[in-house]
Write a protein that binds this ligand. Structure first.
Ligand SMILES: CC(C)(COP(=O)(O)OP(=O)(O)OC[C@H]1O[C@@H](n2cnc3c(N)ncnc32)[C@H](O)[C@@H]1OP(=O)(O)O)[C@@H](O)C(=O)NCCC(=O)NCCS
Length: 154
C-alpha cells in the first residue's frame, strides 16, 4: 500500500469514489472540474496500481485548512487507510505552518479518533462557507464541524 500525492490520471477514479459515497448521502459530491482545479490538495492511497482511498487538505486562510473528500473503497475500509490519509493531511498542514484544521462530516466519530473536537459550525469563520452556497443542502447543513489544533514543535 502506497500513499502519495494525486496525479492527473487519478481524477476519474477519485471522482467515481467520492461521488459513489455522495450519492448515498455520506459526503458532499465533487465535480470533475473541482477535483482537477484542486488536484494539488489531494492524497491518494494505492494498492498496487488500484486507487483505494483519497483525501484532500485545502488551505482556507493563514491559520486555517480543511480536510475534505475522505473516502476509502468498500472492501478496504477498517484497515487503517483512512487513518493514514488523515495523519498525512495533518502532517502536511503542520509542514506548511497551518495552526488549525477543520472538517465538516457525517462521521464525527472517525475524526475524533485523531483528536478532532466538535464545534458549533457558527464558530467557523464565514470564509469557509464559500463553497456551501453551491451545496444542495444550503442553508440546511446537517454535517458536524470538528476542529484540530496543531501543536507547534510537536
Ligand atoms: C470514514 C472512512 C473514511 C474511514 O476510513 P477507514 O479506512 O475505514 O478508517 P480506518 O480503518 O483508518 O479507521 C481508523 C479508526 O477510525 C475508526 N472508524 C472508522 N470509521 C469510523 C466511523 N464511521 N465512525 C467512528 N469511527 C470510525 C476505526 O474503527 C479506527 O479506529 P481504531 O484506531 O480505534 O481501530 C471510510 O469508512 C469511508 O470512506 N466511508 C465512506 C465515505 C465517508 O463517509 N467519508 C467521511 C468523511 S467526509
Amino acid at each position: 500500500m502506497k500513499l502519495e500525492k494525486a496525479r492527473i490520471s487519478d481524477v476519474p477514479e477519485m471522482h467515481k469514489l467520492i461521488n459513489y459515497f455522495a450519492d448515498k448521502g455520506g459526503m458532499l459530491a465533487r465535480s470533475l472540474s473541482e477535483i482537477y482545479e484542486n488536484l494539488r490538495d489531494y492524497f491518494v492511497v494505492r494498492e498496487e496500481e488500484r486507487l483505494i482511498g483519497c483525501a484532500a487538505l485545502h488551505v482556507c486562510w493563514a491559520d486555517l485548512a480543511e480536510i475534505k473528500s475522505v473516502a476509502v473503497v468498500e472492501g478496504k475500509q477498517e484497515q487503517g487507510v483512512g487513518a493514514r490519509l488523515i495523519k498525512t493531511c495533518l502532517a502536511d498542514a503542520k509542514d506548511i505552518g497551518i495552526s488549525t484544521v477543520f472538517c465538516l462530516t457525517y462521521k464525527p466519530g472517525f475524526f475524533e479518533k485523531f483528536g478532532f473536537s466538535q464545534v458549533d459550525k457558527m464558530e467557523l469563520p464565514r470564509k469557509v462557507w464559500t463553497e456551501c452556497y453551491r451545496c444542495p443542502k444550503f442553508p440546511g447543513c446537517d454535517e458536524v464541524a470538528l476542529i484540530y489544533h496543531i501543536k507547534a514543535g510537536a
